[in-house]
Ligand binder design. Sequence first.
Ligand code: FPP
Ligand code: MG
Length: 353
Amino acid sequence: MVSKDVKADDVVATLGDVCAARGLDALTARLAALQTLLAGDLAEVEAALAVVAKNGGTPAHESARHLLELGGKRLRPICVALASHVGSGFTPAALTFAVAVEMIHNATLLHDDVVDLGDRRRGADTARVVYGNAASIFGGDWLLAEALCRVQAAGVEGVLDRMLVVVREMVTAETLQLAARGRVRTSTSEYFKIVQGKTASLFQWAMFAGGRAGGVGTRECEALESYGGMLGLAFQIVDDVLDFAGDPEATGKDLLTDLREGKMTYPLLLAVERDPGLADELEANCRGDEVSVTPEIARRIGRVMSEGGVVQDCLALATRMCRDAAQSLEILPASQARSALQDVALATPLRRK
Ligand code: FPP
Ligand code: MG
């Protein structure tokens, strides 16, 4: 087991806890069954990631090890595994893709924390704080290159090609996001363009790769991809809500980080829509492309968000997207994997971490 204190299937357990707390007994029970279904697959993923984490002794390798060993939700490997079970099951290629998608996700975070000057992730200091920016960047580069080689070696037609397009999409989205920093008057369409590239595209790939590894047909793979895209968008909306309304103990990240970074996330865009005067105040607090978050502006945003029902509206949109994601799988024959994917989607807007 790689993680020190976070289990790989933690996300399912957490979703289950949240559902139980909300009295969603049927969903809680189904998520528990999902944990059982995936226990063997995820143990294999963890074992393989532990081997990856042992690699090399340079500060770059230490950076990658640092992040991998902190665990995480492993939601992308869960997507690969469930998509593979829509077909013939968790084949060796599916294991490769599940490990690769987690490596790539971690690579993006090692880069992202340098770009965002992030100090805390997964409840710990970021790799860049511990080992420095250069080590974090090269650790990410190494994970990315290693993952691409593994995807290529798996030799499943079309999967590497699609991955290369996704890498390009992620980089393009991040460059757009960087250029948009501190630009208070932006649009929701710009936001969704960025989120599609930086988050949804990798979920889409996870579903596609899992489906292909399990020998799923073209039309079914398209449904899996479409599910991944909608799940990814909803996942990021919830992430952005947690920046304002989350519990740092649960998320492992500091509150209001996106705001400080001058990122106009969906909750903030809705707050500005509810109270256009807020845009002027945010602009007045911009220092370069960052926002200086005074207690006054934090209180003001909190007030607009609570009076305007912003968190509820964001979560309502995420819920609609997740319902659409679940619905998109209806063209697949009924199976335990299909139901499990639908349950993951229904539980995603409820996540706390
Ligand atoms: C976290 O977003 C970051 C991403 C979802 C993607 C980051 C992608 C890159 C840096 C470019 C591609 C890099 C590689 C290695 C292919 P966030 O900052 O909104 O979330 P956070 O709160 O978790 O930091
Ligand atoms: Mg970040």
